[in-house]
Design a protein. Sequence first.
Length: 169
Amino acid sequence: MAGSVNKVILVGNLGKDPEARTMQSGTRSVSFSLATSESWNDKASGERKEKTQWHRVVIFNEKIGEIAERYLKKGMKVYLEGTLESRKYTDKDGQERDITEVVLPRFRGELTMLDTKGGGEGSGYGNEGGAFRSALQSRPAAAARAPAAAGGPSWEAAGGGDLDDEIPF
């Protein structure tokens, strides 16, 4: 294989409010922990089991970082795309530590809020070539799922026939 891919996609809940930091270089970062869970029924006992994984997320993308710092709160569900990076650091006790993080780099990455204070509608923020992008609201998608035969509006009737004309970027 000529190339390689390093892409991480996660959907989970924030374990704490985002924290912003300014590094010695002047670069600003926003970080938070994200929990992803899977659940299943144990075949032997029939008991419901759950396994939670915690991921450290660091955002170096200025626009996405501003949105995360301003709007994300502990417990909110988000979708994000980034890369997996490992590094070494020395803790406050002088011990060398290894850490693996999901990183949204300066000119890439995506973050979508899947729930907000008002609930229901998610907002997406990404960066392609330095351009700030806002995702479409979820109302047309909800209209598309309503069956026309049951008297609900069709996708075309809701104004969703040609998506290219409605994209705000």
